[in-house]
Design a protein around this ligand. Structure first.
Ligand code: SF4
Length: 196
């Protein structure tokens, strides 16, 4: 599947969607588009790899609990702009995210004027079922391993065991079929592997 077709499928659903050749290009785009405003981030290895907290903080008021601690989660709920990635993106345009605390998926649904999803090519799957499979069996185990959780997936991060562990990180699933009403939502596709 060409990224152009994914972009067109996203646009048909009402998302703004663009393609970028690499991480630098998408970072430059975001730094031009987001200026002099309040910004917050969901937990995201993609955003970390791109150094977006550091670059956007030079000209915006940015809140991220990965930097400032748990109290930043509450401040992050009311910013003008929100950035995150996806655990899976279907070529047909559905965005899939699994969350443990809920702040990240909540912010993709309500509370911000603009929401950006930065999605590396590795997150794309042929259809919704495979995007969900990716979120559950690739992204979530890798995240559990990264967080050092006591879950059966964390040792090898090779698949989900649908565990009943107290430290299970998969507690909510949100699928965006389209942008939420009242929220400008952009999906930025990057021809580079980013995140988990
Ligand atoms: S449900 Fe449990 S085993 Fe499956 S990915 Fe989540 S934490 Fe790991």
């Amino acid at each position: 599947m060409e990224l152009e077709q994914v972009r067109d499928n996203l646009r048909a659903r009402g998302f703004h969607a663009e393609i970028f050749p690499d991480g630098k290009a998408v970072s430059d785009y975001l730094n031009a588009a987001i200026d002099g405003t309040t910004v917050s981030f969901g937990g995201s290895v993609t955003l970390k790899e791109l150094g977006l907290y550091e670059s956007l903080s030079t000209h915006n008021d940015v809140h991220w609990h990965w930097v400032g601690g748990a109290a930043e989660r509450d401040r992050a709920m009311s910013t003008e702009v929100y950035l995150t990635s996806a655990n899976g993106l279907a070529e047909t345009g559905e965005l899939v995210n699994i969350d443990g605390t809920g702040n990240r998926v909540a912010s993709t649904l309500y509370g911000h004027k603009r929401v950006y999803f930065v999605v590396g090519q590795n997150k794309i799957a042929p259809d919704y079922e495979q995007a969900l499979w990716r979120a559950r069996n690739i992204a979530a185990p890798k995240n559990a391993q990264r967080l050092g959780m006591k879950t059966p997936c964390a040792a090898k991060a090779e698949r989900c065991y649908n565990c009943d562990s107290p430290e299970r990180i998969c507690r909510g699933l949100v699928v965006l079929w389209g942008p939420m009403l009242g929220t400008e939502t952009e999906v930025l596709l990057v021809r580079q592997d980013l995140g988990l």
